[in-house]
Design a protein around this ligand. Structure first.
Ligand SMILES: Nc1ncnc2c1ncn2[C@@H]1O[C@H](COP(=O)(O)OP(=O)(O)OP(=O)(O)O)[C@@H](O)[C@H]1O
Ligand SMILES: [Mg+2]
Length: 228
């Protein structure tokens, strides 16, 4: 029995081929309860993004056990993994990753449609309204500021009400004031949806807004504590 929505045990990851092969995750144990907010800190190259990649099913671990919302990710084939991610997991990255040929509205609506939502476009419009972008529905990413693009990314990630939100340096490409607004928005959406939030950041102010702070170094977790 597990009451953790994220339950990783002895997770290992090695990437690269031959002599370039490197151990990136060296036995990670991490359990996160539903609704918890967790900041993941650590120096560049310590494995934060790699850990997020295996927990979100984007990358397969080479060892250990990963249970997400009660599903054993190691046992799912690619299709099952994609289906498991859809609607359960929302991901927000530093570089927004919006589709350039789609409008803001389409960027949010299309994943909703793929997740089988009825009224995907109406829902998407409401989500964009909720992040303050109701007046930019038909704009393409290239016509939006960085902060606006990140709002679209947040709307897209939260639209399907995923149980888990992963954010990898969501304010890393934004100036201080814009970053702060985006942080507020991210935590607002987390509170409204009750999602579990795991956020990678170098920003102590952002980390302090989480209930728990996990620190990595060299592929391992070196500290795990409640935020002050
Ligand atoms: N495809 C790959 N092949 C080989 N090594 C890789 C690959 N991807 C990442 N790495 C290495 O894995 C290590 C961890 O990378 P990761 O991106 O997880 O770090 P990070 O903690 O997110 O760093 P940052 O704060 O700079 O984003 C780094 O040393 C990186 O060079
Ligand atoms: Mg990273």
């Amino acid at each position: 029995m597990t009451e953790s929505i994220i339950d990783a045990r002895a997770v290992r990851l090695a990437l690269g081929k031959g002599s370039a092969r490197v151990d990136i995750l060296k036995g990670i144990d991490l359990a996160i309860r539903a609704g918890e907010t967790v900041a993941l800190l650590g120096p560049s190259g310590s494995g934060k993004s790699s850990l997020m990649a295996v927990l979100s099913g984007l990358e397969r671990a080479d060892g250990g056990q990963i249970d997400i919302a009660g599903l054993d990710f190691g046992r799912l084939d690619e299709d099952a993994l994609a289906a498991a991610r859809r609607g359960r997991i929302g991901i927000i990255l530093q570089a927004f990753h919006l589709l350039p040929t789609m409008t803001a509205l389409e960027n949010v609506a299309v994943p909703l449609e793929l997740a089988g939502e009825a009224d995907a476009f109406a829902r998407a419009a409401a989500e964009l309204e909720a992040v303050g972008l109701g007046h930019r529905l038909d704009h393409y990413p290239s016509q939006l500021s960085g902060g606006e693009q990140q709002r679209v990314a947040i709307a897209r990630a939260t639209a399907a009400r995923p149980a888990i939100l992963f954010a990898d340096e969501p304010t890393g490409n934004l100036d201080g004031a814009t970053g702060e607004t985006i942080m507020d928005l991210l935590f607002d959406r987390q509170r409204e949806t009750g999602a579990t939030l795991l956020v990678i950041t170098h920003d102590p102010a952002l980390a302090a807004r989480c209930a728990r702070i996990v620190e990595m170094r060299d592929g391992a977790i070196i500290s795990d504590r409640a935020a002050a």
